[in-house]
Design a protein around this ligand. Sequence first.
Ligand SMILES: Cc1ncc(C[n+]2csc(CCOP(=O)(O)OP(=O)(O)O)c2C)c(N)n1
Length: 326
Amino acid sequence: MSDHRLALFRAMVRARVLEDRLASLYLSGGIPGGSVFLSRGQEAFSAAAAMQLRPGDVYAPLIRDQAGRLVRGETPLDAIRVHLGRTTGVTRGRDGNIHRGFPRQGDLAMISHLGSTIGTVAGWLMGLRQLGKAGAPGDLAVGLASIGDGGMNTGALHEGLNIAAVEKLPFVLCVTDNQLSYSTFSDRTYACRSLVERAAGYGLRGVAIDGTDPDACWAACRDAVARARAGEGPQMIVAKLLRLAGHGMHDDASYVPAELKSRFADGVQTYEVVLRKDGVLDEAAAQALWDEYRSETAAALAQAQAEPSPDPAQEPWTALSTRALA
Ligand SMILES: Cc1ncc(C[n+]2csc(CCOP(=O)(O)OP(=O)(O)O)c2C)c(N)n1
């Protein structure tokens, strides 16, 4: 019964260890370009969502989906290579560190213009349908996209979500309401009580959950993906939590009141306590797990640091999407 809980915890720890290392690298000047965006507090929802997907599905993560990316097959080495701007990374050191993905396997590179991925995923699903590759109801290929409370207010999101609902696409929208859009609190970005109230306006099913509860995240994601796969049309999950970091490492989040912060514990630590209490893992197993991922990250970092950065005099500056470079 607890297999998925342990797998979920493992995914959360793996992301946390990797991100903590990237954060310290940033502070020591080891990140050559761009910031480092942490998912602290959001690991459970991200991992739980991605864990419901399978090959043939489409996944559109955002900056706080390191956990989901790892679940889908990105390795710490892949992530570190991109953050260090190495030629061995998927963007060949020619981009910052967020527009990365594996589109051939359905893992889309993030589009910075928030909301634009929604129509992209909807279009992908319509393409599968038109090509006769969507699968049969009960076994449909699913598209799952992340969005934040800020991104929920973009025109692009509205257009994409509306067409997904009209076409009854097997689409799952994972909304992480972390109460902040950069430094703007959500009482300045939306006026409804919960973003889940918008689901009815699109004519789709929505559920609101406590995003700090990994088991609630798991159950909601499992049900939403199953319903989408079954042919019930788009699903929306709104997970309420608090971003436990700045927007990126360049932002100390000093605008978040201490009282608010004090109400949100670290979800990775609290889930470990819960799992130990429930007998899913003991102290030694938990320690071994953290050690395993620390070693994995250290080895990946050592390897990436020994690899080259692009030489601007030699690098062909055609677009990465050029057939010769793809
Ligand atoms: C269409 C669009 N407008 C503005 C921005 C600039 N921008 C980047 S991140 C961000 C805040 C996003 O907040 P939210 O969607 O809540 O996600 P979070 O950073 O909290 O995970 C903004 C406004 C953008 N990327 N895209």
